[in-house]
Design a binder for this molecule. Structure first.
Ligand code: PLP
Length: 406
């Protein structure tokens, strides 16, 4: 188990208070900033005099004080030197990849990843001359075998969407680094639970839209990495975040800043309830997949990689076998027993439920879904923490029986 404590790291980072001593930070919504002496402008513009070097902020697509506070907190959470926030998880992922790969380069990626990321690698990047080999995330040898001389990047999700397969991060970091490639890890499903940078990942990306924000009311993303890499992303001439421009709005940054202090409490409760529900599903004979059950093929690996105390995450899968059964289950759980809401996305305080094959993974054709073990009957549950746990358990069991899943 890891000895990194992300909650403590987040608490110990320099706190930002409001302009007038408020307990909340101020929101600086300015797009542009006053320069006191015209002679300073060239040095500020060229990055020689930022706010930390006796200069000032310049323009909010470059750096904004409020968005910077969130970036500092996220860097502390992930144990990286620095971070940059973006307008969505996809922009964080695409900018980080495009900063490293150009025409002629190659990526080795897990074949079980978020549908949008899969489409980016499978459908968009080839038109830019960047190719990807997809491999089973649970099999490090497959990564080793897929590495080519032009491989610049290894890409995985720490806990994969939607399969809940785990990537062996220390081993993959070693494989990437021995070949001069970098490891990017999407940690969207497992903030606090895993600290990929502490296990060798060079870059950690997040969709802040999910657990980190926790209220399903905004989109956001983040790239946590070395100070150098973030400076490259913000370079005036070639920075992918700077020039492609997926800037986070300071008001969104403020909202996430206010929710980070209870991320740890939320992750523990998502995980506590998910485990109890997975155990109940198992007890009644439902086809449940959850990394906190000893039956999960990577139960031991999960424990070896996790930061202790945050549980096994809030995502539970029920494989109903067919799309019809999956729809019957969703319908029963939402409309008959009021267990959760049929909606894509995850990390909300209420339970969200979707059939991955026909929604968030529908970019992936059926034959590729089959290769990655994504059954058309897979129902993905993002377990919330509202309502009494006993009532929720009873509703879940009733819904599963009504739908004929057991
Ligand atoms: C949702 C999601 C993304 C994309 O994030 P957006 O904020 O919707 O752009 C990327 N990776 C994973 C694992 C996700 O669940």
């Amino acid at each position: 188990m890891s000895d990194f404590n992300p909650e403590r790291a987040l608490y110990e980072v320099k706190r930002e208070f409001g302009e007038h001593g408020g307990v909340c930070p101020s929101v600086d919504r300015s797009s542009t900033f006053t320069v006191m002496e015209p002679g300073l402008m060239p040095e500020i513009f060229s990055g020689l005099r930022g706010p930390e070097k006796d200069g000032c902020f310049l323009y909010s697509r470059h750096f904004n004080p409020t968005v910077d506070v969130l970036a500092r907190y996220l860097a502390a959470l992930e144990g990286t030197e620095f971070a940059v926030c973006t307008a969505s998880g996809m922009s964080a992922i695409s900018c980080a990849m495009l900063q490293i790969c150009r025409e002629g380069d190659h990526i080795v990626a897990s074949h079980t990843i978020y549908g949008g990321t899969w489409a980016l690698l499978h459908d968009l990047f080839p038109s830019m001359g960047i190719t990807t080999t997809f491999v089973n995330p649970a099999n490090p040898d497959a990564f080793e075998a897929a590495m080519q001389p032009n491989t610049k990047l290894v890409y995985v999700e720490a806990l994969a969407n939607p399969s809940l397969r785990l990537a062996n991060l220390p081993v993959l970091a070693d494989i990437a680094h021995r070949r001069g490639a970098r490891l990017i890890v999407d940690n969207t499903f497992t903030p606090m639970i895993f600290s990929p940078a502490r296990m060798g990942a060079d870059i950690v990306v997040h969709s802040l839209t999910k657990f980190i924000n926790g209220a399903s009311d905004m989109l956001g993303g983040a790239i946590c990495a070395s100070r150098d890499f973030i400076h490259h992303l913000m370079d005036l001439h070639t920075g992918r975040v700077m020039l492609l421009g997926p800037t986070m709005d300071p008001r969104c940054a403020f909202d996430v800043i206010q929710r980070l202090p209870h991320l740890g409490i939320r992750m523990k409760e998502h995980g506590r309830r998910a485990l109890v529900m997975a155990e109940r599903l198992k007890a009644i004979g439902a086809p449940v997949v959850y990394p906190g059950l000893p039956e999960h093929p990577q139960y031991e690996l999960f424990q070896a990689m996790m930061n202790p105390g945050y549980g096994f995450g809030g995502m539970v899968n029920v494989d109903c076998g067919s799309a019809e059964k999956a729809e019957a289950l969703l319908s029963a759980l939402q409309n008959k027993v009021r267990f959760g809401l049929i909606a894509v996305s995850l990390g909300y305080y209420d339970t969200l439920m979707s059939c991955s094959g026909s929604s968030t993974s529908s970019e992936i054709p059926p034959e590729d879904q089959a290769t990655m073990g994504l059954s058309p009957g897979l129902v993905r549950l993002s377990i919330g923490y509202t309502g009494g746990l006993e009532d929720q358990l009873a509703a879940l069991e009733k819904g599963v029986r009504l739908a004929g899943v057991v």
